[in-house]
Design a protein around this ligand. Structure first.
Ligand SMILES: *Cc1c(COP(=O)(O)O)cnc(C)c1O
Length: 475
């Protein structure tokens, strides 16, 4: 049977539409919306048949279910909440850090009303919007000065443009990293008008390598970069900030550190020894440290820079500073989060990324038991509480797992990837990973308030899967 014969067996649009209009859960949708949904589903099906991705026409129930889902989807905004059961705390595709409630409330206020963004109401004069965040950053890091921009890539760019345009930046060959989404550090440095003076080798860079480059190059700065999303093992070695700082000073050059995630906490007790606290990097002698606001720090997307006064002053004076200026919503989230960070014990309760990072195995096991109990039972599915491993993600502490607990779902009669697919197609989508033919719901990244939602999502997905024969989707 050729594609044209299969195409002829697709049900008529009018027929699907008539059946769909009888669905009481869709009665808020206009007939135009329903028609749009049916057309999209059928067009997609035709495309798959012509492209020979499938050689069967699904059952009419399946086409109806798909049309229903598409119609409801057309109502929804594309950017919407997701339940993250992957255990990856800083999942870049899922929006990195969720905000603390306090921070989200401040964002809402700044959004709904006029604010003191650039106004001092006591003196009745204009004010710099960055001051509150800068003062908090100075307090938290012990730096002389600080600044906030739109993201860490922008921070690095502004540092390069201001300090190294037309000159060379000395950097280890082991630190020319690609962060993800094809974002390469070297591109940012070059876009900033600097050229890269590579030193050392991929796996080892010694102090003498830097010395040689500084002696012969028209260098403007030394840049040290957090290895971010990869780990060097085996015969490796790098030169630390404590060794580079005196060298940079002897040449009168700034030592800049891109810390990547950036944290104010000592994470070594968690086994995350790759992450050095920002204040420590400064104490070791860095002249400027830049890091993200929405990675481990748990605030909004931002690039934060802490360091020497003369450097920060130069950054602020550069005309391009205006192009990377954070907006009031970001500043509201940042100020509230940094304020919480002043009290680490409280921050570990209130900032979600901190709470997730510091959840103990015992707490996570209890949570997994509770989630399993909330989910209940389903004929054809086996649920079990198991140990698992979470990741920090977001280029922090790669390859360093955090022991965690999960609810594992197994189905003897169904390809587990079909359940995984149905769960992420619900609203809100439930994103989970598959491990050894089991679906793993890692509780570390799930908010307790989402347990009941997960139960509904699982029930819906399972009903959909079991009410239509498993064989109907594919031929
Ligand atoms: C994540 C990361 C960046 C980019 O930060 P954004 O805030 O996403 O722009 C830059 N450098 C390093 C080392 C990183 O890990």
């Amino acid at each position: 049977m050729g594609p044209s014969d299969i195409l002829r067996r697709i049900p008529k649009t009018e027929k699907i539409l008539a059946l769909l209009s009888q669905d009481p859960t869709l009665n808020q949708l206009s007939s135009a919306r329903l028609l749009e949904a049916v057309r999209l589903v059928l067009a997609n099906l035709r495309e798959n048949i012509i492209g020979q991705k499938t050689n069967t026409v699904p059952l009419i129930e399946d086409i109806l279910a798909e049309s229903r889902r598409t119609a409801l989807d057309l109502m929804n905004l594309k950017l919407k909440p997701v339940i993250n059961a992957t255990g990856i705390i800083l999942h870049t595709n899922l929006g990195r850090a969720p905000l603390a409630l306090k921070a989200a409330e401040e964002v809402q206020k700044a959004a709904l009303f006029y604010s003191t963004l650039e106004y001092d109401p006591i003196k009745g004069i204009r004010n710099d919007r960055l001051i509150p965040v800068e003062e908090l950053l100075i307090g938290l890091t012990g730096a002389e000065a600080a600044m906030a921009v739109n993201n860490n890539a922008a921070a690095l760019f502004l540092l390069m443009v201001t300090l190294a345009q037309g000159r060379k930046v000395v950097i280890s060959r082991g630190e020319l990293v690609e962060i993800g989404g094809a974002f390469r550090l070297s591109d940012i440095i070059e876009a900033g008008g600097a050229t890269i003076a590579e030193v050392g080798s991929t796996n080892r860079t010694r102090l003498a390598d830097y010395q040689k480059a500084l002696g012969s190059e028209n260098a403007a700065a030394i840049l040290k970069v957090h290895a971010s999303n990869f780990k060097k093992t085996g015969y490796t070695g790098e030169t630390g900030v404590e060794e580079l700082a005196p060298l940079a000073r002897s040449y009168g050059l700034p030592l800049i550190v891109d810390a990547g995630s950036g944290t104010f906490l000592d994470l070594a007790p968690l086994g995350l020894s790759e992450e050095t606290p920002v204040q420590k990097i400064l104490t070791l002698g860095a002249d400027a440290v830049c890091f993200s606001g929405d990675k481990l720090l748990g605030a909004a997307q931002a690039g934060l820079i802490a360091g020497k006064k003369d450097i920060i002053c130069a950054l602020k004076k550069h005309p391009l500073a205006r192009t990377v200026r954070p907006d009031k919503l970001t500043l509201a989230a940042l100020e509230a989060t940094l304020k919480l960070a002043q009290d680490p014990a409280e921050a570990k309760k209130q900032i979600p990324t901190w709470r997730m990072l510091y959840s103990t195995e015992k707490e996570l096991q209890k949570a997994a038991v509770k989630l399993k109990r909330t989910l209940g039972t389903y004929p054809g599915l086996n649920l079990a509480v198991i140990r698992t491993e979470s990741r920090t993600g977001g280029g922090s502490a790669p390859e360093q797992p955090l022991n965690s607990w999960a609810v594992a779902i197994e189905s003897p009669n169904l390809e587990i990837s079909r359940l995984e697919e149905r769960l992420r197609q619900q609203n809100p989508p439930l994103v989970a990973r598959i491990w050894r033919d089991r679906l793993i719901l890692d509780v570390r990244t799930v908010f307790p308030a989402q347990y009941a939602q997960i139960k509904n999502i699982l029930s819906l997905a399972w009903t959909e899967l079991t009410s239509s024969p498993a064989s109907s989707a594919e031929g």
